[in-house]
Ligand binder design. Structure first.
Ligand SMILES: NC(=O)c1ccc[n+]([C@@H]2O[C@H](COP(=O)([O-])OP(=O)(O)OC[C@H]3O[C@@H](n4cnc5c(N)ncnc54)[C@H](O)[C@@H]3O)[C@@H](O)[C@H]2O)c1
Length: 358
């Protein structure tokens, strides 16, 4: 059994080949850059040549702690320096489209943060700018590169669980929303900032849903004004289904983050260790029970890396690989427009109380 895991492991290795490595410059010196982008790039041996932020003291602090040689005073100064070949944008989505369009117009390759944009229209304008300027651009939906999830995708591709019939994601968390003061007054919160990872992931497995429904709620005493609890269902062609159930005000102290993929010839189940103790986390797990390959019941797959920071090597590596070889970007800006459309449809369902056709 371990032998047949080799093909899976080879397909989800998080490395950037030496010949594909390119210098990076970063816009935004916030928590996610400090805690995940930069540790991932260090692990992968990627060079960060400079950074900027509207808060220059923050940019200087991050630069000093991570050994980044240059702090640019603004985006214009960053773009005037041609050393960096990939521009890594990691600012709140309200600020991202304007910066993205400027970087794209300068014909520089981009890795953008999620959510890519607050609205579908802005997302389409960004994807159009990518095409017009002939650049490569990805979105940091790096859950698609988390080793367990990527291994599960490969198992599905190889037919180990037959035709997928349902994808279920359940998270019940005590999320420290105070970490993101800019999110406190966002009326669209949970799906836009968190469950967007799961909706994007399920799109990667199942394609585009035909109909979606979402019920949402808030909990007395919560920090942000937006929804912190969502239950989203989707129906795909041939009656395939999915459900995402997320609660971020868990007062029971028993964080939980599980997913399960059922097929007509087996099942896969896994956990996202990060969410049991965000942002420190614990190991991710994956198990498979197949009628196609000899798993002999539930067999654990050895996940050796973590969602944070390791999967961030994947999203940056995919942009660099596309620049070097023309390979498709697993989480491209154009593909992400459909994730934004799905998120928007879920909010329309939440607001109207009825299911929405895509
Ligand atoms: N991919 C993931 O898993 C993941 C995880 C956490 C956050 N994020 C996303 O990353 C982005 C940043 O999140 P964070 O946790 O680092 O937030 P943060 O508040 O810690 O940092 C945001 C940074 O952006 C800077 N900034 C804001 N507007 C700017 C502008 N116009 N130009 C330059 N800098 C600007 C701020 O000064 C701040 O330093 C958000 O969009 C968030 O949704 C993604």
């Amino acid at each position: 059994m371990i032998d047949i895991f080799k093909e899976i492991a080879d397909s989800c290795r998080l490395e950037v080949p030496a010949a594909q490595k390119l210098p990076i410059a970063i816009i935004g010196a916030g928590g996610i850059v400090d805690g995940a982008h930069l540790p991932a790039y260090k692990k992968a041996g990627l060079e960060v040549v400079g950074i900027t932020d509207v808060d220059l003291a923050k940019a200087s602090d991050v630069a000093a702690r991570h050994g980044i040689p240059k702090v640019y005073k603004d985006v214009d100064e960053l773009l005037a320096d041609s050393t960096a070949k990939v521009i890594d944008i990691a600012v709140p989505s309200s600020a991202q489209p304007e910066i993205f369009l400027k970087v794209a117009a300068a014909k520089r390759h981009i890795l953008a943060q999620k959510p890519m944009a607050p609205t579908v229209a802005e997302g389409i304008a960004m994807a159009d700018a990518v095409d017009k300027n002939g650049i490569i651009a990805g979105v940091n939906q790096q859950l698609r590169f988390e080793e367990g999830v990527a291994a599960a995708h490969k198992m599905v591709e190889l037919g180990w669980i037959g035709e997928v019939t349902n994808f279920a994601m359940t998270v019940n968390l005590s999320t420290p929303w105070e970490m993101w003061p800019w999110a406190q007054n966002m009326p669209r919160l949970e799906i836009m900032l968190h469950s967007i990872h799961y909706h994007d992931l399920i799109r990667w497995f199942l394609g585009e849903p035909e109909t979606v429904f979402c019920a949402a709620g808030r909990t007395v005493g919560q920090y942000p004004i937006g929804e912190t609890r969502t239950i989203s269902t989707a129906v795909y062609r041939k009656g395939v289904t999915s459900v995402v159930h997320a609660n971020h005000v868990n007062r029971g102290g028993d964080n939980l983050a599980e997913y399960r993929i059922d097929g007509d010839k087996g099942s896969i189940r896994g956990t996202l260790g990060l969410l049991y103790d965000y942002p420190n986390g614990r190991v991710d797990t994956l198990e498979v029970n197949s009628l196609v390959v000899p798993t002999d019941g539930w067999t654990p797959y050895p996940v050796t890396t973590r969602w944070f920071p390791d999967a961030f090597i994947g999203t940056m590596g995919a942009v660099m690989s596309a620049i070097a070889t023309g390979s498709p970007v697993r989480s491209s800006v154009r593909d992400n427009v459909n994730t934004l459309k799905l998120v928007d449809a879920l909010y329309r369902s939440m607001d109207s109380g009825v299911s929405v056709k895509l």
